[in-house]
Design a binder for this molecule. Structure first.
Ligand code: GRF
Length: 204
């Protein structure tokens, strides 16, 4: 009986990637070691067939799907939404997913889509955030976990972590230090958001 209850209450997370997938691995590990309790990564979806993260997800025993960018953004998102709905996904985490979501997608999961970005938003949105910080002469940058809306890197900010820029930093060294912070704060925020979701569903 209690086992059944646990199974029903387990949150189902989908992660969307386009590349390496290190944040995906960080989230998967956190669901397994209890830092994100009562949750599982149910599926990893990539829009890129050759994404390294796909192999990493498979190695972790997670279902993977490639949904290529055929057709319009709306058609593409429609296909992804169908995959999410058929798997009864509760929360969507973007982790290096390189396509802006359509209105239909965002509205289908209000406050249920998260993203991680390698800067202290609203500074340095969009591509090459670490390069923007270095070339802009910033003294520090960092990373941000935020809800996703239709505006690129524009949704409500949930958590940020600051990283100092060293005089001898290259894009690679800076990106590596930011990534360490990403791997810490993303699981923390997912755990908090799921906790809030569970609370609000038990309120009603
Ligand atoms: C990370 O820097 C993330 O902040 C950005 O894309 C990169 C993805 O890295 N959105 P990975 O695929 O999680 O290793």
């Amino acid at each position: 009986m209690s086992q059944r209850l646990e199974a029903i209450e387990r949150a189902r997370i989908a992660i969307l990637i386009s590349g390496r997938g290190s944040n995906m691995v960080a989230l998967a590990e956190a669901t397994r070691d209890g830092r994100i309790p009562n949750a599982e990564i149910s599926v990893v979806i990539s829009d890129q067939r050759n994404a390294l993260g796909l192999a990493r997800a498979k190695a972790l025993g997670i279902e993977t799907l490639v949904i290529g960018r055929s057709g319009t953004r709306e058609e593409h998102d429609h296909e992804i939404l169908a995959a999410l709905r058929s798997r009864k996904i509760d929360l969507v985490c973007l982790a290096g997913y390189m396509r802006v979501l359509s209105r239909e997608f965002v509205e289908a999961y209000p406050d249920r889509i998260l993203n991680i970005h390698p800067s202290l938003l609203p500074a340095f949105p969009g591509l090459d955030a670490q390069r923007q910080a270095l070339e802009g002469g910033a003294e520090y940058t960092g990373c941000t976990v935020h809800f996703v809306d239709e505006i690129l890197d524009g949704g409500r900010i949930l958590r940020q972590s600051r990283v100092e820029i060293q005089p001898d930093d290259t894009i690679e060294t800076l990106s590596d230090r930011i990534l360490l912070e990403e791997h810490k704060i993303y699981p923390e925020v997912v755990s908090l958001v799921l906790g809030n979701m569970a609370e609000s569903s038990s309120d009603g």
